[in-house]
Ligand binder design. Structure first.
Ligand code: FES
Ligand SMILES: [Fe+2]
Length: 358
């Protein structure tokens, strides 16, 4: 499906963010992930687990069921499944055949996030989780916080496209985090096997409206803005502003530095779980930034939902007008399509061959 080949909407063999760690507690948390119902919770030992959210008996949602110790007891006829997915109790019979089970997903907590592998568990290699140093998570002097967990009414690739093309900052987010220079400045791009990086270096550029509010400096600045896409659904951004070198007394002084992390995880085929987190060298400003960025994320969610409505209503999606600035997004789409093509050669459990799934 758009913008991928028919039958494709997201790679399954990859680590996606299922939740912020602090969202997972004793209570059952229901979440759709790659069109699969999932239930997340923490066992009595504190371990976060993810199991299938559908009872295999009559498809009752296990997220609407109840915990009995570390197990989930289906709210319909009482079949009970342990945290490893194995059936432990059937009220109406003594024997429990081994096939009575639900899926249990690989889940790893790292940084602020709980990472899930929705595809073939045999291929779930923890080394493929984005490296915390590489994403700027453990920078000395920085404080990191989870900020917003959103449900967006649009397919996940629309959000990847959004984050791979920051020329929208000065327009969709004109009142807050962008200026026209975000679009007018050429990108410096680096592409490797599982990461696509794009950066813009702006010199003597106007401050964004948000910077003007916070920075103790009036005038043009030097600014770096960039985003690293860690396939298949994690974007690590960098923002830095400095006083230009030419300034007589404060040249090169760092005004503000932050890291932002956007995790986009397909929920259903046409909806997305969107997790936004950030860190800054200014811990006092973090809570202010968290609140101030909520309407900015709403603008992206609005654009995504409107585009989803448009493309899912048209009889046929016409070819897109492609700009030079679309190069990074196109590279991202191709890389994701290649991951999906590789999966279709050897399908992961629960996913048919090309053309059979959506
Ligand atoms: S639907 Fe779950 S026990 Fe019947
Ligand atoms: Fe945006």
């Amino acid at each position: 499906m758009y913008p991928f080949r028919q039958g494709c909407y997201a790679p399954r063999n990859g680590w996606y963010v299922a939740a912020f760690c602090n969202e997972i507690g004793e209570d059952l948390l229901s979440r759709w992930i790659l069109n699969q119902p999932v239930v997340l919770y923490r066992t009595s030992t504190g371990e976060a687990v993810a199991v299938e959210g559908r009872c295999p008996h009559r498809h009752f949602p296990l997220g609407e069921s109840k915990r009995v110790g570390d197990a989930i007891q289906c709210g319909y006829h009482g079949i009970t499944f342990g945290a490893d997915g194995k059936c432990t109790f059937v009220p109406s019979q003594q024997t429990i055949p081994g096939v009575y089970s639900i899926k249990s997903y690989p889940l790893v907590e790292r940084g602020l996030w709980a990472w899930i592998w929705p595809g073939d568990p045999e291929q779930a290699d923890e080394a493929l989780i984005p490296d915390m140093t590489d994403i700027g998570f453990d920078l000395p002097g920085y404080t990191a916080i989870p900020c917003h967990s959103l449900h967006v009414e649009g397919r996940y690739q629309l959000l990847n496209d959004n984050l791979l093309d920051l020329t929208h900052l000065g327009y969709l987010h004109a009142p807050s985090i962008g200026t026209p220079d975000d679009a007018a400045t050429p990108e410096v791009r680096e592409v490797s096997a599982r990461k696509i990086s794009s950066k813009r270096y702006m010199y003597g550029t106007p401050q964004t409206p948000f910077m003007q509010e916070r920075n103790a400096f009036d005038g043009k600045i030097d600014r770096v803005s960039g985003m690293d896409f860690h396939l298949p659904g994690f974007h690590a951004g960098i923002g830095e502003s400095r006083i230009p070198e030419e300034h007589p007394t404060r040249g090169g002084e760092l005004l503000h530095a932050s890291r932002v992390w956007h995790a986009v995880t397909p929920a259903k085929r046409y909806t997305t779980n969107y997790f936004f987190a950030m860190s800054s060298n200014d811990p006092d400003g973090l809570e202010h930034a968290r609140k101030a960025l909520a309407p900015v994320l709403d603008e992206d969610a609005f654009a995504t939902a409107e585009i989803e409505k448009m493309i899912s209503t048209l009889d046929e999606i016409p070819p897109e007008l492609m700009l030079k600035s679309d190069a990074t997004a196109v590279i991202g789409r191709r890389a994701l399509q290649a991951m999906m093509d590789a999966e279709m050669e050897g399908p992961a459990p629960g996913f048919g061959k090309r053309g059979q799934a959506g």
